[in-house]
Ligand binder design. Structure first.
Ligand code: MTE
Ligand code: MO
Length: 250
């Protein structure tokens, strides 16, 4: 495995240097490491970044975890909670009627209440969340590992991405390396309390190895797919159309 990985990464960078990004992108394609926003002016660069990160992190390294004493005193909130009637009604009733829908390429399409999620094995971590706009903070996040849900619903071997749909206009997707990663949480707690509304109640994603915008708040639905080509605009997320990469690894 190591020698294969070394071969591929050396190959990728050598090819990128010698004969241009397009050739390296073709090599990445042979390994299925092409991000959904691979087209356009910066597409080959997106592919090299994504493929190189994935090949260098085959062993799923963890993002750095901090001590309680390092938790930021102020955690900025990005944006306002969804204004939709659906969301506001659920919020007024403390999310008692909220359910997380899980569908797509799974053996058992399911939905889970907040209480059900809170009864599942929990994991907490104190990690850094960085916004692409330049601010960041450290917080403790508590929730159900996404892997627990994927196991319960029986993720199909055909699935390659998990699409994340919130109650607002964001949407995003993550590959299986992040979906199965032990720090990837469906988080319902922050700094020892229920997740505050502005930070994504009742449940947000925490994807520790990517920029903050991948940590989708106000989750409503997860869907397992084989390809992102036919999902929304085909770019895997609302970010590429706004000028940001689908893959935002740090
Ligand atoms: N549904 C949804 N998720 C979202 C956002 C959003 O506006 N809506 N903002 C994103 C961005 S750009 C960042 S940096 C983080 C901010 O998380 P915070 O508000 O908890 O600081 O959430 C991300 N997840
Ligand atoms: Mo952000």
């Amino acid at each position: 495995m190591i020698s294969r990985r070394r071969l591929i990464t050396t190959g990728l960078t050598a090819v990128a240097g010698a004969s241009g990004l397009a050739a390296a992108a073709r090599l990445a394609a042979q390994y299925g490491l092409v991000p959904p926003d691979h087209g356009g002016l910066y597409g080959a660069g997106e592919t090299i970044t994504y493929a190189a990160h994935r090949l260098l992190t085959l062993h799923q390294p963890l993002a750095r975890e901090f001590d309680r004493s390092q938790i930021s005193r102020v955690a900025p909130v990005n944006g306002a909670p969804p204004e939709s009637d659906d969301y506001q009604r659920l919020l007024r009733r403390d999310f008692a009627e909220w359910r997380l829908e899980v569908d797509g390429l799974v053996a058992k399409p399911s939905s889970f209440s907040l209480a059900e999620l809170k009864r599942m094995p929990a994991r907490s971590h104190i990690t850094h969340q960085a916004c692409e706009e330049g601010w960041s903070f450290i917080a403790e996040w508590t929730g159900v590992p996404l892997s627990e849900i994927l196991t319960r619903v029986g993720l199909s071997p055909r699935a390659k991405y998990i699409v994340l749909y919130p109650f607002d206009t964001y949407w995003d997707s993550i590959d299986l390396a992040d979906a199965w990663h032990p720090q990837t949480l469906l988080a319902y707690g922050m700094n020892g309390r229920d997740l505050p509304t502005g930070h994504g109640a009742p449940i947000r994603m925490r994807v520790t190895r990517q920029l903050g915008y991948k940590s989708i708040k106000y989750l409503a639905r997860l869907s397992a797919v084989e390809s992102l080509a036919n999902v929304e605009d085909g770019l895997g997320s609302n970010s590429p159309s706004a000028g940001y990469s689908w893959y935002a690894g740090i």
